[in-house]
Design a protein around this ligand. Structure first.
Ligand code: AMP
Length: 279
């Protein structure tokens, strides 16, 4: 397994694979890898002849410099984990390689980027869409693997790929959870023991609300009930609990007519957690 830092080296390597007729998969990550990321890698290994994992903490998608500075970095451990999975290549560029002097372009995916995470984190999806479009251009991958954990991000990427005719197949992979239901996230490491013990409440409360909605419960009352339950369960702040169209993220008032997703963002012990489940 090689670790490459420049686009030129990456291109040369991928050109060789493509000349041999190999299908190339890419798993974009920001590193600090856990089993959630590794599940994407395994899906890529099953679906493609060659697998690239990109590790890049993308400054453009952080609206808070402190969050960017605090983001965990663990390249040596990540490389060992990826070598054990049989990954062919890690692409881990420096910020200057991705955003050289004079860089002036932005990818804006309107509509699906606007609500929820987009409303809470201004310009976040602009940063995500721009770097993902660049990673697709750099890697020339045939398939790209993303987690359903970041449901809205997955829909933003799908919309961008369709709109810009990018020749990549986007594969969405199931959220990997701890045994108690907490979705794996690099942020979980920042939870103190009490917050860690309370955090699985997010998934159980969402699951209960989703079940009620599937059973025909009124949307407004069910969502308000979930917010109240989260407060009771020890969450410090609820940013949103929303029922949305699974693809467009438009609000839904009557579930059952089209695929829907229940999405939430909450704070506990100074850590922001997101999760989502189908309805
Ligand atoms: P990140 O490094 O946090 O940007 O995540 C890289 C990729 O891993 C994204 O496509 C995430 O959706 C995915 N991912 C993160 N956590 C999980 C999880 N618990 N289960 C499945 N995929 C995940």
């Amino acid at each position: 397994m090689q670790i490459l830092r420049t686009v030129a080296e990456l291109r040369t390597r991928v050109r060789g694979w493509k000349a041999d007729g190999r299908q190339v998969g890419v798993v974009p990550t920001m590193g600090a890898l856990h089993e959630g990321h590794l599940s994407l890698v395994r899906a890529a290994k099953r679906g493609c002849d060659r697998v690239i994992v990109t590790i890049f903490v993308n400054p453009m998608q952080f609206n808070n410099p402190e969050d960017l500075a605090k983001y965990p970095r663990a390249e040596d451990t990540d490389a060992a984990l990826l070598a054990a999975e049989g990954v062919d290549l890690i692409f881990a560029p420096a910020p200057e390689e991705v955003y050289p002097q004079g860089f002036a372009s932005r990818v804006i995916v309107s509509g699906v980027s606007a609500p929820l995470e987009g409303a809470m984190r201004p310009d976040h999806f602009e940063g995500v869409a721009t770097v993902v479009a660049k990673l697709f251009g750099m890697t020339q991958a045939d398939r790209a693997y993303f987690g359903q954990k970041d449901w809205q991000q997955l829909q933003v990427v799908r919309r961008m790929v369709t709109d810009l005719n990018i020749a990549v197949e986007v594969v969405g992979c199931e959220t990997v959870r701890e045994a108690d239901g907490l979705a794996l996230s690099s942020r979980n490491l920042r939870l103190d023991p009490l917050a860690r013990a309370q955090a699985p409440g997010l998934y159980s409360i969402l699951s209960r609300a989703a079940q009620a909605l599937r059973g025909g419960a009124a949307v407004g009352t069910t969502l308000a009930g979930a917010v109240a339950d989260l407060g009771q369960a020890g969450f410090d702040r609820v940013e949103y609990v929303e029922l949305r169209d699974a693809a467009t993220l438009d609000p839904i008032t009557a579930p059952g007519t089209r695929p829907a997703r229940l999405l939430a963002a909450v704070w506990i012990g100074g850590v922001r957690l997101i999760d989502n489940i189908p309805v």
